[in-house]
Design a protein around this ligand. Sequence first.
Ligand SMILES: [Zn+2]
Length: 355
Amino acid sequence: MKKVLIMALVVTAFIFSISAMVANGVKQPVETELSAKELYQSVVSLEDPEPEGEKAPEDLQEFNETSPELNLPEAVPLTFDQSTVIQVQDGDTVLEIPMDTYLQGVLLGEMPASFELEAMKAQAVAARTFTLKTMESKKHEQSDVCTDSACCQAWENPETSNLIPDHQAKLAAAVSQTDGQVLTYQDSLIDATYFSCSGGLTESAVAVWGNDVPYLQSVESPGEENAARYEGEVSVDKGVFVSILASAKPEVRLTGDPQTWFGEVIYTSGGGVDTMEIGGCQFSGPQLRSLFGLNSTMFTIEETEETIIFHTKGFGHRVGLSQYGANARAAFGEKYDQILAYYYGGTQIKTLSPT
Ligand SMILES: [Zn+2]
């Protein structure tokens, strides 16, 4: 921070010198070395002239970032995230961008700006891992990943999003402070799945996708109550309820007293609905979630005169890292590696080198 402040002051002095020369119509050599020294002495003599958290004005930040002679006097080797260029399918366009720009856009698309830095760093490592794993799988023919959140990961272009400087700095820090870091299990990249909010308990991979994954098990995830979709509700007209289920399973029998429609419910270890018997048929939790557009598989059913109401908790598949849970843990003082170790039990963080 002090370096940035000094640099900003040097730049300010430089600009003022130029302005003064232009105003006077006089060309003079600019003694930047002396100015820097003087400014440094004046800065170190002050206790803390800048309020905590305040950033340098945006124009000076830009000047700083785009002045290689000030910032990068010699060739500095690129980091993993800077040197790894990936192809991102964004609508009809394929963008070729470095990993750091891509990951900042994923954070922008996936997490609220107000989230804690350590939660964002955890998300950055998960997103980097998810990206490289997707690239390994060759899911897309024309690109490495796409910007459809239902397919790959949400993404917003950080260079055209009019971010406030504080938010921009937080995104950049979350990515650069975890540069090249990925999650591994037995030396392989993990399936770093993540989601918005668990409703208090995450789900195991086997409960949702049928394959048991050692590092994707159900864990408690407290502190998510302030998430917008911690609780949700979907109200369905009874006639619509019957027709939707009949379209999925024509053999379903939903006649007579609606209280007799619902049979045994089996829950997963993560508190979601594993199977629910309705009208003599077995429906899985994920199937019901899909059919009725529920926030999650953690739900209960209420029957009223006209409607069937689903009361949900959490949002997303609830497997892996909970974003709101990660933010709660970060606010409680946990670092990003502790957060990742909690949600992806038994995994290790490894740092990839630039190629
Ligand atoms: Zn995709």
